[in-house]
Design a protein around this ligand. Sequence first.
Ligand SMILES: O=C(O)CCC(=O)C(=O)O
Length: 318
Amino acid sequence: MAKCICQQKSDNSSLPVSYPTLQDGGDPVKLFQEHGYFVVRQLLTSEEVESIKSEISAIVAKWYTQWLETGMDGNDWETAANREPAWKEGRWQPASDKPADIELGFRRLYRMTLESQLFDRIAKHEKIVSTVSKLIGNDIKLLQSMALLKPPGASEKMWHQDNGYFRLNPSRIMGVWIALDPANCANGCMHILPQPYTEDGQFYKHAANVDFHIEYGMVDRPNPSDVVPIILNPGDALMFHSHLAHYTPPNNSETRRRSVQFHYASSECQRIKCPKEEGGADHGMYFDCDPECQEQKYYYYKKGETLISGRDFGEGYV
Ligand SMILES: O=C(O)CCC(=O)C(=O)O
């Protein structure tokens, strides 16, 4: 089987990859309809990137102190942070207690706009919202915000479609993934399977061990030769629709691959009803996330984090 371009080269510096890119005055709708994604170069300035990195360090330091004071259990990674790779054999094991080593122990921080005014401002950044509104309309909810820190040693993020998690309808939902460090094949850049955007986009089958949410992903991996690695510089962004299958490989390099990610949905989105709620079949330990059967546990996202613009439709909507 032909390999993904990342697997064909050992030197990541000059991969011959070009992307659909949103230039000034370009039409994001056309790019979505043709490719399902596009790149925006220098969406954030280097000052903005540096201030986000400092904010992340401050939040990690604050949370770490809180956790030391209040006791850390094995479950808080889902609500707040994913302590990987320093969470080993059921214990928190950073290289040392120095702030830099503590930060290298985290893979992901979650719901950042609730924690930080800076993240809230970036989520509402004029350059982002003006493009998002062309794609999903003017009534916009932020579903979730994340700092994806992917330190050396962090594992892969399985192939998945974001609406495989959200399970919202209509699928006017999209992700904005912004690099804070150079993101390349070696340190775990985003990999995507290009797919034109349609509102009734295809769902691939997802499955997981219900006890380990991070392993929730697509049952089948795409053909590597169809996969496009998205190599970005700090401040560059990938914008993609919520049915676009994507993945990040493990970080096998010595360098961090920090990024922030925001997911936006039309305020009109509602969660797709699960047949189980209506007395459907129980799939036991593993479950089948065909559109016909979704596990309630995965409806974390039924309420968005914050209203970005336009109307909030209230109860029953995101
Ligand atoms: O940045 C990563 O490692 C993965 C991000 C991602 O695909 C997600 O959180 O949905």
